[in-house]
Ligand binder design. Sequence first.
Ligand code: UD1
Length: 415
Amino acid sequence: MDLEVIVEGKNRLKGEVKVSSSKNSILPILAASLLGEGTRVITNIPLIKDVEVISRLIKALGIKVTYEDNSLKFAGVVSEQHPPYELVRQIRASFLVMGPLLARQGMVRLALPGGCAIGTRPIDLHLKGFQALGASINLSGGDVIARADKLTGNHVYLDYPSVGATENIIMAAALADGTTYIENAALEPEIVDLACFINSMGGKISGAGSNVIKIEGVKELGSCHYSPIPDRIEAGTYMVAAAATGGDVLIKNVIPEHLKAITAKLTESNTQVLEEDNQVRVSRKDEIRPVYIKTLPYPGFPTDMQAQFMAYLSRADGSSVITESVFENRFMHVAELLRMGAKIKTEGRTAVIKGNNELTGTTVKATDLRAGAALLIAGLTARGSTKILNSEHIDRGYENIVDKLKGLGATITRH
Ligand code: UD1
């Protein structure tokens, strides 16, 4: 269903907001619950669309899934090898069930991620990893079919530290015969969270968070009770919203260490960020200074914060430059920001944001999750009111965003 959000501009955000659990942790953790045999309880579940879809996917694979008191409980073992396309096509992250299914079922058949083909929006690194563990890979009728009677530990070198490939290979290797080393692994905090989750079921994974991860295969994984880390991108989005509106917001339930790149760029642009144990206070009184940003794998600046910073920097006192080095073609939000009066020029993977510019509210379209978040930030600072169409994209990754912004004093409604 198409949803729209209407936000009034010129609104300084003030007050406190609590961050939910990390979307990018929960998705692989839920996929990894397919590896277990006991009762797996995951607490502090954020009510977001992607979690709902992956839970339905897990249920369709034969697991008993119950939701109670903000927790998801999984019981029973997986009995299927072919997740239904109707669910798979809804989120790219459904590819994360491939590693666990291969490990448990010896075979998996999965539709290629929607709109992607190996070679363009690739999954080649995931598949190379499975092959290194002894799987055969075939393509048939738009599906990837992976088979392995028994996976065997090996050295896997990733040409690029892909988050999803690192996660899929960890999950496949968790029940393999022998030890796997992933070299040039992704360093993201969500990788560490996944390893901790699997270890809480009885796994033997070490080195997560460094570029060599060691996975000693175990015979079986059992019960656990686990709470994922807070969402650093949700936190970053409220930090930027506070900064963009010249507000003063206390953002609770964060791990400041995970926000270093975001904090550094906000500070450089003249916004004050005060870090405490598990919260950050963000406020801005003076002009926004222009900055240079290049997105990189963690601990570099996150690509998932690029769009939100672009909205913020549209109001800077001078020109900023953003280079997107992680994904091709991740400037879909530019056309919508231009419609609000931003002055942005892109060439290849670089955007120059002219700044010194007041944005004006109009009707815009959320093309994806983070683009939607950027338009919300732009709308909060603009003159007049902004209508964001297709705002269901925002619900894929932000729990209760309308109510959380209302709690900070925003005038915002959903239709
Ligand atoms: C994850 C996050 C996403 C974030 C991204 C980068 C989840 C559910 N999603 O996505 O929010 O933006 O990390 O931080 O956690 N690539 C290949 N071959 C592969 C796999 C990836 O070439 O086999 C390329 C991709 O096309 C992209 C880059 O590597 O250009 C990064 O992708 P990757 O780190 O895999 O991101 P995701 O796991 O898809």
